[in-house]
Design a protein around this ligand. Structure first.
Ligand code: NAD
Length: 377
């Protein structure tokens, strides 16, 4: 089979769906790899480096002859039309609320897999794109905050006086939040964090941060079987807001990462809370593309609300593209390996595999995923 590595057309996408290592590995599996010219430019991988790894270089039209297209983002309508009928697309498909786009992909006769729907089981850890990218986003959020912050993060005792340590509060202690905690700690900040899942408590403490949360009965049951948070009740949210309001007034930097799969991001920081913060305080809202955790956050901007700057950059993993692409390429390669018949060196999708069941969106002209309008089995 032939694998095509597309150059991303989205203006804010600097990542690429392959690395030099993943290309070498695909070739060693007996696959032919074609890389679209310039695909690696945003991630510091030159065409020559891909060619040296054994890939052929092509223009966008090279996609037409590919059996498998590896991408970062869901293909646009015109990209979809440029693929051959029956080809397989593997990407971060952003399926929620985008059933129309999925329908077009189905109609074009493409099979498509959404990497972000990978189950969070041990076997699939190496394919877990949400974790690989969120981890880098959590790190980058602290770097971005530090860059905008007009003070130092660590306490510094100098002959000219003492600079106090900055206080950093992380809301949502999943993969991104835990890395944000670790990064802020390494920079010497005094760090606290909150979450609605009880499992987060120990993880936060083990990183040396203080855990702050409303630990009632609802909190004890807030984690789903998949490891995600539930959407909390109005009552819980009110109690949480009250607890957080006192704490936030004393913080310098607030980093929010809270998400609920398939739902808008929960609103955690209100205008009144922002108003209570000291001059020069900052927020970084990593949930901004899903509606934001902070009131007044704007996607793609640094907004200013009640004198507090809210950093709302889009595609934060893309701000650290070389690392993000390296890990994403490994996620993709590991999944692709499960879809290949090693003897025949061709694609052989096992419909009974739980990874396939969880991630396959379209096939045979239809949306097949029950979560997105496909018939459930
Ligand atoms: P996520 O990106 O969906 O959400 C980020 C965090 O926000 C989560 O910790 C969530 O509990 C929290 N959150 C949601 N609503 C909130 C609210 N109202 N207030 C405060 N916090 C709120 O989560 P994630 O980073 O993808 O991690 C989800 C879980 O999956 C974690 O338990 C993680 O450890 C687990 N995980 C498991 C594996 C595995 O392979 N076993 C791999 C990666 C992650």
């Amino acid at each position: 089979s032939t694998v095509f590595i597309a150059k991303e057309s989205h203006p804010e996408e600097s990542r690429v769906a392959a690395s030099v290592d993943s290309v070498k590995k695909m070739i060693s599996l007996g696959l032919e790899v074609v890389v679209q010219k310039g695909a690696g430019a945003g991630s510091q991988i030159s065409d020559e480096a891909f060619a040296e790894a054994g890939a052929k270089l092509a223009t966008a039209t090279g996609a037409k002859s590919a059996d498998v297209i590896l991408k970062v983002r869901r293909p646009t309508d015109s990209e979809t039309k440029s693929y051959k009928k029956g080809a397989t697309v593997i990407a971060i498909m952003d399926p929620y609320g985008n059933e129309k786009a999925l329908g077009a992909i189905a109609k074009a006769g493409l099979s498509s897999f959404a990497m972000e729907l990978m189950p969070r089981i041990t076997r699939a850890q190496v394919m877990d794109v949400l974790s690989s990218q969120a981890n880098l986003a959590g790190y980058q959020a602290v770097i971005d905050a530090t860059h905008e912050f007009d003070r130092a993060l660590p306490m510094m005792m100098t002959a000219a006086g003492t600079v106090p340590a900055a206080k950093v509060f992380v809301m949502g202690a999943g993969v991104a939040g835990l890395q944000a905690i670790a990064t802020a700690r390494r920079l010497g900040a005094v760090v606290s964090a909150t979450d609605v899942r009880p499992a987060a408590k120990e993880q936060v403490a083990s990183l040396g941060a203080k855990f702050i949360a409303v630990e009632d009965e609802e909190f004890k049951a807030a984690e789903t079987a998949g490891g995600y948070a539930k959407e909390m009740s109005k009552e819980y949210q009110a109690k949480q807001a009250e607890l957080v309001a006192d704490h936030i007034a004393k913080q310098d930097i607030v980093i929010t990462t809270a998400l609920i799969p398939g739902r808008p991001a929960p609103k955690l920081v209100s205008k009144a809370m922002l108003k209570s913060m000291k001059p020069g305080s900052l927020c970084v809202d990593l949930a901004v593309e899903r509606g934001g955790n902070v009131e007044g956050a704007k996607a793609g901007e640094i907004a200013e609300v009640e004198g507090v700057r809210i950093i709302g950059y889009n595609n934060v993993p893309g701000r650290i593209a070389a690392s993000a692409s390296q890990l994403y390429a490994k996620n993709l390669l590991s999944f692709l390996e499960t879809l290949i018949d090693k003897e025949e060196k061709t694609l052989a999708i096992d419909m009974e595999d739980e990874l396939v069941k969880a991630t396959l969106l379209t096939q045979g002209g239809k949306i097949v995923h029950p979560g997105f309008g496909g018939a459930s089995d």
